[in-house]
Design a protein. Structure first.
Length: 287
C-alpha cells in the first residue's frame, strides 16, 4: 500500500446530514496489479514507472479484470437506508451490517434542507430534475419531515420501553434511518460501482457517497484511478447504430443539425437512444 493511502487509514469523509465513508484498510497498490498481470509470463517485481503505467492503462483500456481483483479496499459507511438499498444491489462486495435485532436503531435520520427538495424528471421516470421545489413549499416539507421523523423515533422508543422485541419494534422505522456497515470490495468491482454511481444519472445522494469512495480510491491507486477516469468515466462509446449514423452524418456534414434536433429515425435511433446519441456528439464537439 502506498504512503498516501496509509496516512489516510481511519479518515472519514462526511456525507449528507449524518453520514460518512471511512477508510479502514487497503490491500495492494498499483504495482500489485502490474505484478498480477505479469505473472502470466512468469515475471513480477519490475518497477519501471513508465512501463508499469502503460501496462495499467492497457489493462484498463481493454477491460481486463482479474489483475484488478488482486487488490481490495475496506470501508465503514454510515448511510440512510434508502440509499443503502441502492448500494447493496452491488452484490460483489463483502458486507457486515449493523443489526437492529441486536442493538437499538441509530437515532440519526437523513434530513432535507428546504432548498434541496428536487422535482420529478418528466423525461425520466426513475430520476429527479435539477430544479427544486419553490421556497415556501420547501420550508413546509422540511418542517413536516422533522415532525414525522420525531414521531417515528418516539413511537419506536415507546415500544422498546414497553418491552417489545427490537426485531418487531423496528418495523415502522423510516427509510431515512441510518445504518452502519463494513464494506469490502476488490478494485475491479469497485470500479464497476463507481462507474454506475458517479454517473450523472445516478441519484444525487448515492453519487455523494460514490465521490467519497472515489476520493480514497484515487489516493490508494492513483495510476489506476487516472486510467479509470480516462477510459471509463470520461470516455464516450458508440453502438453499431450510432457508428453508422455518425459515419453518414460526417459524410454529409449534418452533425450540427442533429445537435439542433434533426430526426434520427432513419438511422434507427429514436426516443431516449436518439437523445443519448446527441449528448455524445455534444461532448465531442464541446457543445
Amino acid at each position: 500500500m502506498n504512503q498516501s493511502a496509509t496516512s489516510k487509514l481511519g479518515e472519514k469523509v462526511v456525507v449528507g446530514s449524518h453520514g460518512y465513508v471511512q477508510l479502514v484498510d487497503v490491500m495492494g497498490d498499483d504495482d500489485r496489479v502490474v505484478d498480477a498481470a505479469r505473472i502470466s509470463y512468469g515475471r513480477h517485481g519490475e518497477r519501471d514507472e513508465v512501463k508499469n503505467r502503460n501496462l495499467l492503462r492497457h489493462l484498463m483500456r481493454h477491460r481486463h479484470s482479474t489483475p484488478f481483483e488482486q487488490c481490495e479496499m475496506a470501508f465503514i459507511v454510515k448511510v440512510p437506508m434508502d440509499t443503502w438499498r441502492q448500494w447493496i444491489r452491488h452484490r460483489t462486495a463483502s458486507v457486515n451490517e449493523y443489526s437492529t435485532r441486536y442493538a437499538e436503531a441509530i437515532d440519526d435520520m437523513a434530513t432535507t434542507l428546504p432548498d434541496h427538495w428536487r422535482l420529478q424528471n418528466q423525461g425520466n421516470r426513475q430520476g429527479s430534475a435539477p430544479d427544486t421545489i419553490e421556497a415556501v413549499m420547501g420550508e413546509r416539507l422540511s418542517k413536516e419531515e422533522a415532525g414525522l421523523q420525531a414521531r417515528i423515533l418516539q413511537t419506536y422508543k415507546v415500544r422498546l420501553h414497553a418491552g417489545v422485541a427490537r426485531e418487531q419494534a423496528r418495523k415502522d422505522l423510516s427509510l431515512s434511518t441510518y445504518t452502519l456497515a463494513y464494506w469490502k470490495i476488490d478494485v475491479h468491482n469497485l470500479m464497476h460501482f463507481l462507474g454506475l454511481r458517479l454517473d450523472s444519472h445516478a441519484q444525487l445522494e448515492i453519487r455523494e457517497y460514490a465521490n467519497a469512495v472515489h476520493h480514497f480510491f484515487h489516493l490508494a491507486f492513483p495510476v489506476i484511478s487516472e486510467a479509470f477516469h480516462d477510459y471509463r468515466t470520461e470516455a464516450v462509446t458508440f453502438s453499431r447504430l450510432e457508428v453508422e449514423a455518425l459515419r453518414e452524418l460526417l459524410r454529409v456534414g449534418r452533425t450540427q443539425g442533429v445537435l439542433d434536433g434533426a430526426d434520427l429515425g432513419e438511422h434507427g435511433l429514436r426516443g431516449r437512444e436518439a437523445g443519448e446519441f446527441r449528448a455524445k456528439l455534444a461532448v465531442i464537439r464541446g457543445a
